[in-house]
Write a protein that binds this ligand. Structure first.
Ligand SMILES: Cc1ncc(COP(=O)(O)O)c(C=O)c1O
Length: 352
C-alpha cells in the first residue's frame, strides 16, 4: 500500500494481506526460521500499517505501551546523560523517569513544558531526550509540540512523543520533526478494550534497528493474536476518532454549564488554556474530558449512581469510562461512541 493514499484508505488497507480479507494470525514461535521475539508476519503487518499512518521510516510493535516507553528510553539514554520530561505524563511513565532512570545515573528534570522558557533552561549539552505527551495524561495539559521540538533540536537532543491521547489521526508528531512517536496501542488504536499493545515509530532506520535490538534484549514483544486485533481495530480509527471528538465536545459543554461542576478540562472548550494550540495544530480535540466537582460527596454519589459510563480504568474504548483521578475532586472521563444523549443523561442523573 502506497504512502500516497489518504489516511482513511491507509487505515483500512496499509500493511494488510493481498490475499485474504483479514491478515492471518501466525500463532507460531518461529516462521520461516525467524524467531517471534525478533518479529513475525502478523506483527510486520501491524507495524507496516502504523508506519504508513505515522509517515515514518520504521515501526516497532511492543507488548504494551509501557514496553514502548521503557524500550525506547533504554535505547536512547546513557549514564551521565540527561532527560527532560513534562511533569505530568502517564503515571507509570513518570515512575520510570523519576525512579528507574536516576538509578542508572541519568539526570532527569521534570518541568512544565507549557512554558517553553523552562524547556530552554533545562537543556544542556548532556541532554539525550526531551519527552512529553502533547495532550497529557491525566491533566490534559496541552503542549506546543513544534516549538518544543525546535528548541530541543537546537540543543542537540532527541524528542520522544507519547501521542496516545491524540492518535496519528489527530496529530502527526513526525511531520513536525519528532524523532520518535510512540503509543499505548491498548487505547484508541485498538479501540475495543480487548488487547494490550504498544507501537514505536521513528524517522531514522538506524534508530529503528537499535530499538528492535533493545526489544530483542528486553523481550517486550507483542503477541500475534494482539497484532491481529490491532489490525482490525485500526481499520475504523478515523471514524471512531471523529465520533469520540464529537461526543467529548458535547459532554464538555454539558459539564461546563453544570452547577455541581467547578471546572471542566477539555482542549475543545474555548475557555481551555490549551485551546489555541490545539485548534492550530490538531485535527480534533480528542475524546478525553476531565472535571472537578464542588465537593467529595458529589464524587461518592457519582460513582454509586453512574450506570452506562463504567467506572473502569483504561481509555479509548468504544464505551464511556470514568475514573476518580488521584488527588482532589477530579473525575477523568474517556468519552465513548454511544448516543450522545444517552451519555449526557447518565452523567446528569449521576450528578443530580
Ligand atoms: C499516555 C499513556 N502512555 C502509556 C501508557 C501505558 O500503556 P499500557 O497500559 O498499554 O502499557 C498509558 C496507559 O494508560 C497511557 O495512558
Amino acid at each position: 500500500m502506497s504512502d500516497e493514499h489518504g489516511f482513511i484508505t491507509n487505515s483500512i488497507h496499509a500493511g494488510e494481506s493481498e490475499e485474504a480479507s483479514a491478515t492471518p494470525i501466525y500463532q507460531a514461535a518461529t516462521v520461516g526460521g525467524g524467531y517471534l521475539r525478533g518479529g513475525n508476519p502478523t506483527l510486520d503487518a501491524f507495524e507496516e500499517k502504523m508506519r504508513t499512518l505515522e509517515g515514518g521510516v520504521r515501526s516497532i510493535s511492543t507488548a504494551c505501551g509501557m514496553a514502548a516507553v521503557s524500550q525506547t528510553m533504554m535505547t536512547l539514554v546513557r549514564t551521565g546523560g540527561r532527560v527532560v520530561c513534562h511533569h505530568t505524563v502517564y503515571i507509570w511513565t513518570k515512575l520510570f523517569m523519576t525512579e528507574e532512570l536516576p538509578g542508572l545515573g541519568v539526570d532527569v528534570q521534570m518541568i512544565d513544558m507549557r512554558d517553553t522558557r523552562q524547556v530552554q533552561a533545562a537543556l544542556t549539552k548532556k541532554t539525550d531526550v526531551v519527552y512529553f505527551e502533547p495532550l497529557a495524561n491525566p491533566t490534559l495539559d496541552t503542549i506546543d509540540a513544534p516549538t518544543v521540538i525546535r528548541i530541543a533540536h537546537e540543543a542537540g537532543a532527541r524528542v520522544v512523543i507519547d501521542n496516545t491521547y491524540l492518535t496519528p489521526y489527530l496529530f502527526h508528531p513526525l511531520e513536525h520533526g519528532a524523532d520518535v512517536v510512540l503509543h499505548s496501542a491498548t487505547k484508541y488504536l485498538c479501540g475495543h478494550g480487548d488487547a494490550l499493545a504498544g507501537i514505536i515509530t521513528t524517522q531514522d532506520e538506524a534508530l529503528g534497528q537499535d530499538i528492535v535490538r533493545t526489544r530483542n534484549t528486553y523481550g517486550g514483544i507483542l503477541s500475534p493474536m494482539n497484532a491481529f486485533l490491532l489490525l482490525r481495530g485500526i481499520k475504523t480509527l478515523p471514524m471512531r476518532m471523529d465520533r469520540h471528538c464529537m461526543n467529548a465536545q458535547a459532554v464538555a459543554e454539558f459539564l461546563e454549564s453544570h452547577p455541581k461542576v467547578n471546572r471542566t478540562y477539555y482542549p475543545g472548550l474555548s475557555s481551555s488554556p490549551g485551546h489555541e494550540i490545539a485548534r492550530a495544530q490538531w485535527r480534533g480535540y480528542g475524546g478525553m474530558v476531565s472535571f472537578e466537582t464542588a465537593d467529595e460527596s458529589v464524587i461518592t454519589r457519582f460513582f454509586e449512581r453512574v450506570d452506562l459510563c463504567k467506572p473502569w480504568v483504561s481509555l479509548g474504548d468504544v464505551g464511556s469510562l470514568v475514573v476518580h483521578q488521584g488527588g482532589g475532586n477530579r473525575i477523568r472521563m474517556s468519552v465513548g461512541l454511544e448516543d450522545t444523549d444517552d451519555i449526557i443523561r447518565d452523567l446528569e442523573q449521576a450528578l443530580a
